[in-house]
Ligand binder design. Structure first.
Ligand code: PLP
Length: 386
């Protein structure tokens, strides 16, 4: 007798993780690989946070915490909103999560029912649509382009024949790095409030932008859910720690979901995150490096023939159109990895419709690795064209 397996796991892979696996396999066989595929800082926990964390490991029991996280961290996050955005956020609305990835599960489970429709830009972070699908929700792709700076617009929402229940916003976006101007951000919020659409605002790349302001959806009693994380600006990717700002009508259900799904977020990571707010100069130095890396790519890639890029206002990505070289971004990226030893991510991970002729390059690594990658890509492209 065949034993049933759920269809919930029948979702596409997160292709960037597959690229990382292929790159690691090449490294194990002795090849040197430049990693421009994964969006993670190459830096670790900022140095001033290391000692207090080491002390805690030696001294504290580090058991479970309450499900929404230690008050000390929620207070630091509330201060962060006051200082950086001039916004008052109630500490009771802040939920510490196991990375923003767990935050998405809590947000989607608390806000939507099976079969609900959630709109999102395409291209966008692949896990949005895959998590939605696995939870029995329907991702509704808004095909965006350079014309809308790769961001959703009110017009695109109005064009939908069947209404949606939710909308994911990501500004700065992954993979494009584009930022929604404040006016457009607010008009999308107004439209969604008027039409009963719940916004989930992924603000994970706040703190990493290049002369362009970002807007938060956080506010007193706001119906939007804000998702954020310590993985990017705060350089704590592997510590698996993030946060949600949850509207009052969802607070108790998020709490009950969090208690049952996770008990509590990782305790040591919560304390490390408290200390990371004291390390801002080191974190700002990281952003300065991303800026330099971005400039090296913006100068070097066009010389290698890659000259059609989304305006990368923030995050640490460049999303480039390589249609003059390929209509299959997977084989293009495989060839670049195999032949030149440079790992980048095919656009189909982010956009199953138009991503066949796009690539995403992460510039979160060291400046030396970016210089090396540009040289290798240029040599590979010219060899390929010859
Ligand atoms: C836009 C976006 N949101 C969320 C995540 C998940 O991050 P984490 O679970 O590490 O907080 C990522 C990771 O790359 C991302 O790019």
């Amino acid at each position: 007798m065949t034993i049933k397996a759920s269809r919930r796991g029948n979702i596409p892979p997160f292709i960037v993780m597959d690229v990382m696996k292929a790159a690691s396999a090449l490294e194990s066989s002795g090849r040197e690989i430049v990693h421009l595929e994964v969006g993670q800082p190459s830096t670790g926990l900022p140095s001033d946070a290391v000692e207090p964390v080491q002390k805690l490991i030696g001294e504290a029991a580090l058991g479970y915490t309450i499900a929404n996280g230690i008050p000390e961290l929620r207070e630091r996050i509330a201060d962060h909103y006051k200082i950086n955005y001039g916004v008052c956020v109630d500490t009771e609305s802040i939920f510490i999560t196991t990375g923003s990835s767990a935050g998405f599960q809590l947000a989607f489970l608390s806000a939507f029912d099976r079969g609900d429709r959630v709109a999102l830009a395409s291209p966008s972070y692949p896990a949005y649509r895959h998590i939605l699908t696995s939870l029995g929700l329907e991702p509704v792709l808004l095909q965006v382009s350079n014309e809308t700076r790769f961001q959703p617009t009110v017009a695109l929402l109005e064009e939908l024949e069947t209404p949606v229940d939710g909308l994911i916003l990501a500004s700065p976006s992954n993979p494009t790095g584009t930022i929604l101007p404040k006016k457009e951000f607010e008009s999308i919020i107004d439209y969604c409030r008027a039409t009963g659409v719940r916004i989930i605002s992924d603000e994970i790349y706040h703190g990493i932008s290049y002369g362009v302001d970002v807007t938060t959806a956080a506010g007193v009693n706001a119906p939007e859910i804000v998702v954020n994380s310590f993985s990017k600006y705060f350089s704590m990717t592997g510590w698996r720690i993030g946060w949600l700002i949850v509207p009052p009508d969802l607070a108790r259900s998020v709490e009950c979901l969090a208690q049952n799904h996770y008990i509590s977020p990782p305790t040591i990571s919560q304390w490390a995150a408290v200390h990371v707010f004291d390390c801002l100069s080191e974190l700002e130095a990281n952003v300065t490096r991303y800026k330099k890396n971005r400039e090296i790519l913006l100068r070097g890639l066009p010389l290698a023939g890659i000259d059609k890029m989304a305006p990368s206002d923030g995050a640490f990505y460049l999303y480039a159109d390589v249609s003059k070289y390929t209509d299959n971004s997977i084989t293009y990226c495989q060839a670049l990895l195999d032949q030149a030893g440079v790992a980048i991510t095919p656009g189909v991970d982010f956009d199953p419709v138009n991503g066949h002729h796009s690539i995403r390059i992460s510039f979160a690594g060291s400046t030396d690795s970016i210089v090396d990658a540009v040289e290798k890509i240029a040599a590979w492209q010219s060899h390929d064209e010859a």
